[in-house]
Design a protein around this ligand. Sequence first.
Ligand SMILES: Nc1ncnc2c1ncn2[C@@H]1O[C@H](COP(=O)(O)OP(=O)(O)OP(=O)(O)O)[C@@H](O)[C@H]1O
Length: 377
Amino acid sequence: MENQTVRCKNVVYHRLFFSSSRVHGPDDSQDVVFEEVRPLLTSLMDGYNVCIMAYGQTGSGKTHTMMGSQPLEQHSGTQQEAQQGIIPKAAAELFRLISEKPAETHTVEVSVIEVYNNEVFDLLAKDEQGNAVGQRRDVITTSSGSSQVSGATYEPVCSAAEVMQIINRVLKRRVHCPTLIHTDSSRSHLIVTLTISSKSPNDMQHSTQKEWWSPRCRRANPAARHSSDELFASPASSPCPSPSHSPCLSPRHSITQTPFTTKLQLVDLAGSECVGMSGVSGAALWEVSCINRSLSALSDVLGALAEHRPHIPYRNSKLTHLLQDAIGGDAKLLVMLCVSPTQHFITESLQSLGFGTRARQVQRFVPRRKNSTLKVK
Ligand SMILES: Nc1ncnc2c1ncn2[C@@H]1O[C@H](COP(=O)(O)OP(=O)(O)OP(=O)(O)O)[C@@H](O)[C@H]1O
């Protein structure tokens, strides 16, 4: 099932695909908005992939929705928390849910990817001197048919604070440009992925690779920081397709749950933009053209899925290729539509609502759990 949320700077609407819709008024806080997201975190822990994506015109509040406002120094901890957007709140909820599970059965890793001018950049990559650099990467389709950023850097994390520390550190490198509409406009799509690897407590007792599962041990050992290629090559983290093919399970163990890896993708899209209104020129004009083309490609993919066309044009842009699993796969997807509350932007707001309507028409496969229960004797 898919959810869709529409958020104005002042108003938030929420829609559940195919069945119901919901509106949040201008006074609704970030906490109230997050209540729509919270159940998806439970689904994530139950073994579903989840994607939450903010879509809308430039300046309509996507980054505000996903990241929240910059807290003022005089604000108390509680006030600062209240201003946080979906990403910090989701990270906090995820680690709260993990803390309720048996110790060391779950590990979390974060990757931060930027799609800028139809190129994919790994914002966590470091050069040989250890300096952070945005390294260009390719999107590949794995043998199992899922999309993956080849060589993406994953950093192990064991608290929401660590997740936010990493994101805030690399956000400075995200491309921004002032326009007539928004003085701090993001010119790239940002994709934060939290990968959760789970292991059953039974398996933990027999594990010979216990260290692999401990983020603290891995942080103590810098070699533990790894790329996606290693992550998916590692038998400990690979999802096991079936008990008979599983490299993770020994038939001697009485295990009732397979290890599984799920992904939480948090996407702050760049804003759609009318060049006349934003008043950009030169290189910024090329950026706008790339942004608009990738958002059109996203809309085309939704159109093709809605019409059950035999070919879905995922490869028409890096953005759609990268998000292929979330848009057309078996993930639970929440689209937040951000629209301006002013009449001045009525055309852009209608365009965003049109995108939402198109997304709503998509009938996808029922989301699939990654940890179907097994009985191994
Ligand atoms: N719901 C809201 N309540 C209060 N302020 C908001 C809200 N939504 C957005 N704003 C403010 O409006 C401005 C633009 O918001 P934001 O940066 O989130 O836009 P955006 O959609 O990400 O823009 P772009 O696509 O150009 O990067 C920011 O100063 C933000 O703090």
